[in-house]
Design a protein around this ligand. Structure first.
Ligand SMILES: [Zn+2]
Length: 278
């Protein structure tokens, strides 16, 4: 169905996500060429402790070098790409994986959580109101260190709604997540990536950062009986990967589960680190 309501959709967005949406073509994101200068991640050496009396012991074995303090990344404008003001971020290539529409009780969300855990990757889950009824899975996402954002109560197409209706879509699922985690979520992804000025105003009022995506996996597109070749999902993401990429997937699809291990492997092989905003 072609929508006539003028809405602003991220240029880089593969137009619309989720299985009900018509998708035409994914648009590559034009980002500056990555800075290929190797990251200098020297750990500052603290000055040796001074002592009034010399210590007659041999030089101690150096303590293990701690990893560089975590670099803070933040979203730009409508959520992507991720950037950092930290000089230590220079030359670093990062990717954030995001999963929409769940949690799903069919087993796909649980399997995705297993794979993320095995690979030590943290991701962002944009949960729906109906998905959040699967409280055990929602709780697991939170306890395993992933960040939970919200994706409306019923997966409504928000530009068609009044502000009051938008609010009724946004607030209940935020409340559910807040009750479960003790922390109010602060990231929001509109269904189909579709937003307008009224929604942006409301999100500001609700303290929500809009997070769209810059690398759509098309795991929702051209499915046959709800399935597609997982290799196509991997290839789609890798074709558009770029520093600061926010990758859109859905934890509601079996082919996404099957694509994920290979995708993680290829993203790392291309020199990227996984990050997630807290
Ligand atoms: Zn969705």
């Amino acid at each position: 169905m072609k929508r006539l309501v003028p809405v602003m959709v991220a240029a880089a967005v593969a137009l619309s996500a989720c299985s009900s949406a018509k998708v035409t073509e994914s648009v590559p994101v034009l980002t500056p060429a990555p800075n290929l200068t190797p990251a200098v991640t020297t750990t500052p050496v603290p000055p040796a402790a001074t002592s009034p009396t010399p210590i007659p012991t041999p030089a101690p074995t150096p303590a293990p070098v701690e990893s560089t303090p975590a670099i803070k990344w933040h979203p730009t404008d409508i959520g992507m790409p991720l950037v950092s003001d930290d000089p230590a971020a220079k030359g670093k290539k990062v990717v954030m994986l995001t999963f929409d529409d769940g949690p799903s009780p069919t087993g796909t969300t649980a399997k995705i959580l297993d794979i993320l855990k095995e690979n030590n990757v943290k991701a962002m889950f944009f949960v729906t109101g109906y998905g959040a009824k699967n409280r055990d899975l929602l709780e697991r996402e939170f306890k395993e260190g992933h960040t939970i954002g919200t994706h409306t109560q019923t997966h409504a197409y928000l530009p068609d709604l009044t502000v009051a209706q938008m609010r009724a879509e946004i607030e209940p699922v935020i409340k559910t997540v807040t009750e479960l985690t003790g922390t109010r979520p602060k990231y929001f992804r509109p269904p189909n990536g579709a937003y307008n000025a009224a929604l942006r105003g409301l999100l500001k009022e609700e303290g929500q950062q809009l997070i769209n995506w810059s690398d759509g996996s098309l795991d929702w597109d051209k499915l046959k009986d709800g399935y597609k070749d997982p290799k196509l999902v991997v290839d789609q993401v890798m074709n558009y990967i770029h520093p600061g990429a926010v990758v859109l997937m859905h934890d509601t699809h079996q082919h996404t589960v099957e694509a994920l291990p290979e995708l993680i492997k290829q993203i790392r092989a291309a020199g990227y680190e996984f990050v997630v905003m807290q």
